[in-house]
Design a protein around this ligand. Structure first.
Ligand code: GLA
Length: 748
């Protein structure tokens, strides 16, 4: 529901879960923010929320009663006012000044939301989302900004997006335009962000918010392994299960900034948008610029509830793929099994053994094209390597299908190697200034996807492969960042546009693939999780989470990813031991129990496994298939993330009749205290049967005591060796999988 108090020019967006209130400010006609948080009742006037104290600082105008803008919560702060905090917009006008004053003009309200303008975004039907569009005009020019507020009616979510329109006769330059700027009062908050590096992405970090500016960002041309376009603020006492939390996320895959500025009056200015660093967009007369869309989630019930809102939102309103809720085929990927060293015969042997274990799809990773026997060349030459694959992709795909498996293929469309025709024929297609150094990254360069010709040429090559072979799945990779950012096709005064134009080109490429192959299952990837972001989810329902496939490392990585992203998006594979990234040896059981909480698959050579191990995998697959719908559609809870040694996760169906619990111990402890796993999300009026690894463990436990007492782990240790080893959690890297079934269902 969007209320407008016409008299006072106040806007109140509320859906019973959240309220967002702002107004048009007296004298200045700019937008003043009043409230964002849990739902409050509607008032005819919100003037009791207006904060005006005389402060010794600049005023708006001589004689004005308004105090400095620095002390007023702003909805769309500008540079060139008496607000000295970071602005949401910075425009360079023809005279060289940056002074703007965006005044309220009019508003419209409409139902429903579609996505347009070349950027990914959220969508919803007329019953699902209401949109308030506020049009502002710069006092000094013919620049208009429309602020779009999309209120999702069944979720505690508002999204924000701005469009700037130059209706004047002169070019201006946009130095920054954020997607969101929100001023939140009160102190004592922590902030949460996802940090990392290659092979250790999305590690959750929680810090105190201090005075001044703190942020996470990317300048790498991709959202990056290092940070994620997400941040949350929460009270110091907020945990997974209780307390207020505000989550912010950006539907964008390029250079972003997610920032908190705590001012000297304890107001937090939260901003998300394209990173202003190295961004400079020439907005010619008669043109528009659209920002990415930002998402604001509010939770009164802790971080799990915040995550669940994000999950539901992405699953329903961002991911488009027809695969999003379907049971995806269980795949085997040959990367860690063979790397570049394979023949068709070897691949078929792997596929055959995989089929025997119950695997449903074979994915051929890097190394099938050009003469790519290592990572030195051939990117950009998407012709099959007939030495390895005598009958090309069509031939191997046919043979894989004959075995009864689906077929998937890897591409890295944005990249080029020096030994290819496109590199030699089109040096101007490569990002960088040919007169200066262009850094190699994994021996490759980045193609200028901001140039539509490049996108077209690469799409043609990829399309030739997709059109001639039966391919149900593609993995679209991107293995290096953009450095020395420069485009040969843009003039000097538009070089600040290269990174944003690049990501728009990447989106255009994905859009073309989807338009031509609407049922294709797409996994996006960027050297692991360097583009694990909501922008990519709009094009691909699943993302390769990390090149680190070690089960213990994945506990941290997948826990962090789950803060924002649904399990169906989190690709996770069981790989070989010793693990290829860290050398750790964990049991097949542990590896399966971790990979299960995601889009499940295998990435190992079954021919290198014993018969017993192959039989164990066959059982794992059968087990996963029983739980696949529950994992895909269920509600996810992080039960235990505080301790570094234990992790537990739970997923429960909507009816609360079935739940799956994973418990993981990293290192064994001697003489350890009793441990209990306290569950969450159960129905306290229901009794449950508890199965441990498919065996009945407890015949009848009530939902309430499973939550407050929990499942008890561990036996009574009294020190003798045999009793030590008979304990429930013997040794390092141990896991358990519990399945709960409500008793009225159990008899069916
Ligand atoms: C990246 C991906 C891997 C694999 C390799 C192939 O690192 O993340 O999964 O596809 O590229 O070169």
């Amino acid at each position: 529901m969007i209320y407008v108090n016409e008299q006072n020019k106040e806007f109140h967006l509320t859906n019973g879960q959240i309220s967002y209130v702002f107004r048009v400010m007296e004298e200045t006609n700019i937008l003043e923010q009043l409230y964002y948080g849990s739902a409050i009742q509607h008032y005819e006037s919100f003037d009791f929320m207006i904060e005006r104290e005389i402060r010794p600082s600049n005023n708006w105008k001589w004689g004005s009663h308004l105090t400095s803008f620095e002390h007023i919560k702003q909805e769309f702060p500008v540079f060139g006012s008496s607000d000295f905090r970071e602005p949401a917009i910075d425009i360079e006008y023809p005279a060289g000044d940056h002074i703007s004053h965006f005044e309220f003009q009019h508003y419209t309200i409409r139902a429903g939301k579609t996505v347009d303008g070349g950027l990914p975004g959220s969508f919803g039907g007329e019953q699902e989302v209401e949109t308030l569009a506020i049009v502002l005009k710069d006092l000094y020019s013919e620049l208009y900004v429309t602020l779009h507020y999309h209120l999702y009616l069944n979720l505690p979510i508002v999204t924000r997006q701005q469009v700037i329109d130059n209706r004047g006769n002169e070019t201006v330059v946009i130095n920054r335009i954020h997607s969101l700027s929100l001023d939140i009062p009160d102190s004592g908050y922590d902030w949460i962000h996802l940090d990392g590096a290659w092979a250790r992405e999305t590690i959750m970090a929680r810090d105190k918010i201090h005075s001044g500016i703190q942020n996470v960002s990317s300048t790498r041309g991709a959202s990056s392994h290092v940070h994620n376009p997400f941040l949350a603020i929460c009270e110091e006492t907020t945990t997974n299960s209780q307390g207020n939390a505000y989550g912010f996320s950006l539907i964008y895959s390029g250079n972003f900034l997610a920032q908190i500025e705590k001012d000297t009056y304890n107001v937090l200015r939260i901003q998300l948008g394209i990173n202003p660093h190295q961004f400079r967009w020439k907005l010619d007369a008669g043109t528009q610029f659209q920002t990415p869309e930002a998402i604001i989630v509010f939770s009164q019930a802790g971080l799990n509830s915040m995550s669940q809102s994000f999950h539901q939102f992405f699953s329903t309103h961002v991911i488009r793929s027809p695969w999003k809720k379907k049971e995806k085929p269980i795949l085997i990927n040959n990367w860690e099994a063979t790397y570049f060293d394979f023949t068709e015969e070897r691949l078929l042997e792997i596929a055959q053994a995989s089929k025997r274990m119950g695997i449903e799809m074979f994915v051929l990773d890097d190394g099938w094209f050009g003469s790519r026997n290592n990572d030195n060349g051939s990117l950009g030459n998407w012709q099959p390597d007939y030495k390895k694959l005598p009958n090309g992709i069509q031939g191997i795909s046919q043979k894989i299908h004959d075995l009864g498996l689906k077929f998937g293929l890897w591409f890295e469309p944005e990249m080029v190697s020096k030994d290819t025709a496109i590199y030699l024929d089109h040096p101007e297609w490569v990002i960088g200034n040919a007169e200066k150094n262009r850094s190699h990254g994994r021996n490759q360069f980045v193609l200028d996807f901001g140039n539509p010709e490049v996108v077209e040429a690469i799409f043609e090559q990829v399309n030739r492969v997709l059109a001639t072979a039966e391919i149900e799945y593609i993995k679209v990779d991107m293995n290096r960042y953009l450095s020395e950012v420069y485009s040969a096709i843009l003039p000097a005064d538009q070089q600040g546009e290269v990174a944003h134009r690049y990501i728009l080109g990447v989106y255009r490429f994905f859009e073309k693939i989807i338009a031509n192959y609407p049922d294709l299952l797409i996994e996006s990837c960027a050297g692991g999780g360097a583009r694990f972001d909501p922008g990519m989810l709009y094009y691909s329902p699943q993302i390769w989470t990390s090149d680190d496939t070690d089960a213990v490392e994945r506990l941290k990585i997948q826990t962090g990813a789950s803060l924002v992203y649904p399990l169906t998006a989190i690709s996770s594979h069981v790989s070989a031991v010793p693990n290829h990234q860290v050398g750790r040896v964990t049991s097949l059981e542990m590896r399966k129990n971790v990979a299960l909480f995601g889009t499940f698959g295998y990435e190992l050579n079954p021919l290198a496994l014993s018969n017993e191990e192959q039989a164990q995998i066959a059982k794992q697959i059968a087990q996963y298939k029983r739980y696949q719908q529950l994992i895909n559609l269920g509600t996810f809870y992080r039960l235990e993330t505080e301790s570094a040694n234990f992790v537990s996760w739970l997923v429960i169906n909507e009816e609360k009749t079935e739940a799956l619990v994973g418990f993981y111990q990293i290192l064994a402890e001697p003489n350890s205290p009793y441990r209990r796993i306290k569950l969450a999300g159960l129905d306290e009026t229901k009794d449950y049967q508890v199965y441990e690894n498919d065996q009945l463990k407890e015949a009848k436990r009530n939902g309430s005591d499973l939550q407050s007492y929990g499942i008890r782990l561990g036996g009574n240790f009294i020190g003798r060796e045999q009793e030590y080893w008979s304990r429930e959690l013997p040794g390092d890297f141990h896991s358990k999988l519990y399945f709960l079934k409500a008793i009225e269902m159990a008899s069916k």
